[in-house]
Write a protein that binds this ligand. Sequence first.
Ligand code: ATP
Length: 516
Amino acid sequence: MSTTGDDKLKKIVSHAKEYGFVFPSSEIYDGLSATYDYGQLGTELKKNIKDYWWKSMVQMHDNIVGIDAAIFMHPKTWKASGHVDAFNDPLIDNKDSKKRYRADVLLEEHIEKIRGKIKKEVTKAAKRFGGSFEEAMFLETNPKVQKYNDQIKMIEDRMRTYLENEDLVALKQLIEELGITCPISGSKNWTDVRQFNLMFSTELGSIADDSNKIYLRPETAQGIFVNFLNVQKTGRMKIPFGIAQIGKAFRNEIIARQFIFRMREFEQMEMQFFVKPGTEIDWYNTWKERRIKWHKALGFDASRYRFHDHIKLAHYANAAADIEFDFPMGFKELEGIHSRTDFDLSAHEELSGKKMQYFDPEDNKSYVPFVVETSIGLDRMFLAVMSNSLVEEKLEDNSERTVLNIPAFLAPVKAAVLPLTKKDGLPEKANEIINRLKFDFNCQYDEKDSIGKRYRRQDAIGTPFCVTVDHQTLEDNTVTIRYRDTMEQERVSIEALEKMLDVKTNVKHVLAQLND
Ligand code: ATP
């Protein structure tokens, strides 16, 4: 990670802790690695993100319904899904630093470095040629760039082949051949590459033997697959239809760094869309479009998102792409969209001996549906929102403020109601206003410190509106609204305030942009 990226992430971590968004888990015992607890404001933000996703999926689509399956599942589930045999990471250790890495990640980072060299060539040439510089032409014809692109292609091709064939020896050879060094020790002293299964296991009941071994689910999707017919029949669903779910997933991640980006216990928001075989690629493209639209409706700069088509397809997929977000650590996966074929349902059909087929009344025949999945990490989405929103601003009078300019509909607190002084009936009036608003909006009351300090505190937690109650309020029922982003103030009636809060903070106005 670059120093600036590193600094930015550190700022987010400390801000999140200082203001009650995210705490290290079991902190009094020095924390537990890669596990975090959401505090009072983080929980609100997380809930608002979940609502936005749930409503956009379930409420906005009459052919998508939601379920909540158990975390524990029959162990055969994970045999069928391929997780027992194939949910592995190829790991390699550096003998000097004793640090463990994913072999494919080391190679991908090496590719990124080569891409960096191409960028440098472009910058150099742009300077040299000035106004007459044509980047596309340069990228196509410059011999150095071509050499770099050939290198990237060679690495990608070999990596894909080795990963597909599980050729761990060749994977290590490639790392050695490229002279990849450990970022900590700087040495090339590597162990062999080994496979490591990412599922956590535990025992059901009191007897610890292998027959009682069960797993904590590494993805929520299987809870949907095993319930596919339950939902289809009881909900009288017709293909194409979807099942959505939000829930915890667990992975024994080896490189669990980067705050809530990669945790061992995390939350997923997944939707499996069941379609007629042969139509899956059209639906895959449709869901790619729908999902990027969902992200862009947040209003963040479009350049912070990009699609990344997978080189190595998972064992179950015939097409897959990630929506990557420009996190402080660079572009990383935020959401996956996968065309999972009929792999899971067919595997469950085979192992359970139960039919997993849909009778299509239009074609008058039964088939195992194909599945297109959208899968987003709630915690990663939380980090995306935080990293886009946390800014330090220099103001006109040269002072600084830290502001979390979260989209208003996601903000943990929608309005802070602040009596100008602690006396003359102003606190009572402020509470009266909260009592009116609290049915629809999460509000906060604050009477401590100067009004300026109180504004800053609300800026730091992302409250879009501060409502100040002063002596005039007692006379004419008007208040001052102060806007977080512009810091402008305006006098409005309490009634107008209620309407304004609804227009500016209700998720329905964002959902309306997604109507398809
Ligand atoms: P990565 O390549 O980053 O390990 P993945 O491809 O294994 O991710 P998927 O299996 O596609 O991830 O899971 C779907 C989504 O779940 C991801 O896009 C991500 O947002 C989230 N996710 C996966 N692993 C973690 C984790 N350890 N911590 C937090 N979120 C995660």
